[in-house]
Design a binder for this molecule. Sequence first.
Ligand code: CS2
Length: 496
Amino acid sequence: MAVTVGASRLGLGAVRRLPAEARPLVRPGTVPAGVVHLGLGAFHRAHQAVYTEQAIGLAGGDWGIVGVAPRNAALVSTLAAQDNLFSVSTLSATDQHTRVVGSLAEVRLAAADPQAVVALLADPAIRVVTLTVTEKAYQLDPAAGTLRPDADLVADLTTDRPPVTVPGLLVRGLLARAAADTGPIALVSCDNLPANGRRLRGLVTQSLAYAGTPQDVVDWVAAQVGFPGTMVDRIVPASTPATLAAARRALGVEDLAAVAAEPYTQWVIEDDFPGGRPAWDRAGAVLCADAGPWERLKLRALNGVHSAAAYLGALAGCETIADALALPHLDTVLRRLIAEDVAASFAPPDGVDVVGYGEQVLARFGNPAIRHRTLQVALDGSQKLPQRILHTVADLRAARQPARWAALVVAAWIRFAQGSADDGRPLPLDDPLATRIRAVLAAAPQTPAGAVDAMLGLDEVVPPEVAADAQVHADVVAWLTDLERHGVRATLAGAA
Ligand code: CS2
């Protein structure tokens, strides 16, 4: 990593020299830990870490965060070398505000010392565990609610080896906490999944059962552990050399853990914290009894539209989401997806107009300062498509309504999975089901109908009623035929 000659490194010693507006809101290194966070990616640093710092700054409390990276050793050593400090640059077309965040009390690498993470989960000082571990970490069959463990999780749950998976760490931690009886705790999913709290509860209770956990421990977990659902929202692309350069310009020191994010931020949290929580409400989070309607709104009207822009944009050769939004007619098509399909598919939270929310989403996607790569949003499609698009399709079809625009997104995902952009350049399939997807596509007749049959037949992705729907099938085949014959640009022009 090239470090500018003369620019010193962010750390406790550099805080005094930072511009006043860039200094942390709390005195770094002074707030004792009360939260463990699993998944130290850019999103956590620009979202929960910022809310938590503001909450501590406004209301106090021993709620410093122990940040645990499952596997990213480089990130952990970078943060440790900076005394756990990092900056967030908030970027719009015209402005940049950069501030160092002081809520990380410690950082740990789970892969290097899983037992230390287990011990933390049993520590009475820790009363909240937040998670950003991506969709694929929740190894459950969403329809049946039963565990679908991979080989690593099976080994975590059935042997004494140190756990390597997230559910494995949680189970081991809860067993230790129950044995030590160190008090109630909340496990808070901050991943983009429907009913994420309920899903995490299912993952934990199913994993406990799979591990043959004694009934008294199962009862302890049922009585002492909260699983509040949340809706999290802020666009935070993976950091690049340009992100680090922007932070250096604003701070006057080098920050190798810098992140950049859009101005918009939202957090809706179900208030189920038996061991207490940071005053996130003081920092602007909405605490409520049921985050479900907000999650549905966000997954369908933001993430679903994001995936649409990502697949269509990547096929058209666009590097970023903002570039994709500039494709002629894509905005019209996305507006029709929102108004005709998404808005018709569910009842939004009270007082929310889905079309107005969608307009705000499209403006956010167009932010030219956020260089969010289409390929980043496109990855893990098999894990994202159900809640983003296929549930919209299922709900519309159950009400006997068309799902034409959502079918276009499914077709774009299939063409993306086939692996070439409109100009013939290869597209990477970064997905936990990549091997299976490639196999079913290779075995199918090499026609649009063959590919659609194969992909709608992926029963771990596509709900059975959607797979069996002849109208959906015909719509997806028609779109895929257009995309293959004419490409994204002409397909959009013909549709809009
Ligand atoms: C994106 C999300 O990468 C993706 O799949 O759709 O990460 C999106 O940026 C966030 O959910 C916004 O809150």
